[in-house]
Design a protein around this ligand. Structure first.
Ligand SMILES: [Zn+2]
Length: 404
C-alpha cells in the first residue's frame, strides 16, 4: 500500500512512499509567509447582481477600483457560497426567478461604501429599476492559497478560491519532492546526530546536542560533531560558541583545507576531525556505526584523508561556498547563530529532531520564536527543512532554555 504525503501538490510530481517508509517521520516546516498567508483575512465588499448584467458591471468596476484578489472567484453562484455566509448574505433557499451572482467587488480599503453605492446607482443594470443591490462585507483570505487542499478549505470556509500551481510563499512542491528524494539515509543520520549528542553530554565537554553533515553526491559523512561549549582550553575557559552545528561546519572547512586532526581513538566524542565512534584497529579505518550499519571512511589512523599526500581535495565548486547543497542532520533545532551559519554556508537541506520553542530559529510555527530562517525572502539563501518526529519515548532531552 502507498499513501500520499500531505505536502505534495496533487497536480505536481507526487512522491509516493510505502506505508512503512521512515520518510513519514519527516514533517516539512512551513515558512513564515505560508503561516501568515494561512491566517490573514481582509474585509471585502460583495453585492448580488443579475447574472445577465455581470460582465457589464465587472468591466465598469475595473475602471474605478484596482484589480486585486485574483486568487478568489469574482462572480459566484449562490450554490457555491460557503454555508457560513448563506444566512448573512440572505441567500434564498429556493432560486429566484432571475439568476443572481455574488460579485466580489474589492477590499473595503479601496473604495468607501458610499462611493460604491453611488457607482452602482449609475449603472444601467440598476438605474432603470431604481433599486441598488445590498452592499455587504465579508472576510476573505488576503493571500493566495499554497495548495489545492488549502484552496478547497478556504472555498468551504470563506469564499471560493483559486489555486494557481506553485507556491509564492515557500519552496515549490517539486523542490520539496526532489530534495526529499535526495536525502541520504535520513533515519540513520538523524540517529547518528542523536548519538553524538548523547556522547557529548556524557563526556562532560558539552551539552546534549549533535550535528551530522552529509554529502549527497557521495553519501559520505563529512562531519559529525557534538556540542563542546563546556570543553576547557589550557586557560580553563570553555567556548560558548562551540555549538554542534558550528563545529560541524568548521570540520567541513578543516577537512577541505586538509587539516586533519590526529586520531584520538580513546576519545569517544571526536575521533577524527569530527568523525565519531569506533576505530577498527588493524584495518586502520574509522567506522561510523549506527544500529549495526556502517559507513566506512577512508581516512587512515594518522588522520590522513583520502586525497593525495594525506590532503583532502578541496572539491568546492567555483561558487566557493563551504557547505553548498550539503545535507545537515541535527538532534535539536538550531539557534539563530547556527541557523545563520548554515544559511551562509549554503546548505541544501536541514533535518532536525527536537524542536526548541524558546531558542530555535528555523521553525515559524506559533508557540516558538517564529523566525523561520530557512526560507525568508529577504535573505539571500533558502533551504528545505524538516523536523524528524521521534516515536513516543524516543525524544531527546529538550534543554528548552538553551541555544542549541
Ligand atoms: Zn547554535
Amino acid at each position: 500500500m502507498q499513501i500520499r504525503l500531505q505536502f505534495f501538490d496533487e497536480e505536481e510530481e507526487v512522491l509516493l512512499l510505502d506505508k512503512d517508509s521512515p520518510l513519514h517521520n519527516l514533517v516539512p516546516l512551513r515558512t513564515l509567509q505560508e503561516i501568515r498567508a494561512a491566517i490573514e483575512t481582509i474585509d471585502v465588499f460583495t453585492v448580488p447582481i443579475p447574472s445577465r448584467s455581470a460582465n457589464a458591471v465587472l468591466s465598469s468596476l475595473r475602471a474605478i477600483v484596482p484589480t486585486s484578489l485574483q486568487h478568489l472567484r469574482r462572480l459566484v453562484k449562490p450554490c457555491y457560497i460557503p454555508d457560513s455566509l448563506v444566512d448573512f448574505l440572505a441567500i434564498p433557499s429556493t432560486p429566484p426567478e432571475e439568476n443572481i451572482l455574488y460579485l466580489l467587488v474589492c477590499p473595503v480599503t479601496d473604495i468607501s461604501e458610499e462611493n460604491l453605492s453611488n457607482f452602482l446607482r449609475e449603472l444601467p443594470a440598476f438605474s432603470t429599476t431604481g433599486t441598488i443591490p445590498r452592499i455587504m462585507t465579508v472576510a476573505v483570505p488576503s493571500s493566495q492559497p499554497i495548495s489545492a487542499a488549502q484552496a478547497t478549505e478556504w472555498s468551504a470556509k470563506y469564499w471560493p478560491a483559486v489555486y494557481k500551481r506553485g507556491n509564492p510563499y515557500g519552496p515549490h512542491p517539486s523542490i520539496v519532492s526532489q530534495t526529499l528524494r535526495g536525502l541520504v539515509d535520513p533515519e540513520n543520520h538523524i540517529l547518528l546526530a542523536k548519538r553524538v549528542a548523547t556522547e557529548a553530554a556524557s563526556s562532560g565537554e558539552g551539552l546534549g546536542f549533535g550535528a551530522v553533515i552529509v554529502d549527497p553526491q557521495t553519501g559520505q559523512i563529512l562531519a559529525a560533531a557534538g556540542d563542546a561549549r563546556l570543553r576547557c582550553n589550557e586557560k580553563g575557559w570553555g567556548n560558548p560558541l562551540d555549538h554542534a552545528a558550528m563545529r560541524a561546519i568548521d570540520m567541513v572547512a578543516q577537512r577541505r583545507l586538509g587539516r586533519a586532526q590526529n586520531v584520538r581513538p580513546d576519545n569517544k566524542v571526536e575521533v577524527w576531525n569530527g568523525i565519531y565512534l569506533e576505530d577498527e584497529g588493524a584495518s586502520g579505518k574509522i567506522v561510523v556505526k549506527v544500529n549495526g550499519n556502517s559507513n566506512i571512511k577512508n581516512e587512515d589512523k594518522d588522520g590522513n584523508a583520502n586525497g593525495e599526500n594525506g590532503k583532502e581535495v578541496d572539491d568546492r565548486k567555483d561558487d566557493g561556498y563551504l557547505c553548498h547543497n550539503l545535507q545537515v542532520y541535527l538532534s535539536h533545532e538550531p539557534c539563530v547563530m547556527c541557523s545563520m551559519a548554515l544559511l551562509h554556508s549554503r546548505v541544501g537541506s536541514v533535518v532536525f529532531g527536537m524542536r526548541m520553542t524558546r531558542t530555535g530559529a528555523l521553525s515559524a510555527e506559533e508557540g516558538g520564536r517564529q523566525m523561520g530562517l530557512f526560507w525568508r525572502p529577504e535573505l539571500n539563501w533558502k533551504f528545505v527543512c524538516w523536523q524528524w518526529k521521534a516515536s513516543p519515548g524516543e525524544e531527546m532531552e529538550s534543554h528548552e532554555n538553551v541555544d542549541a
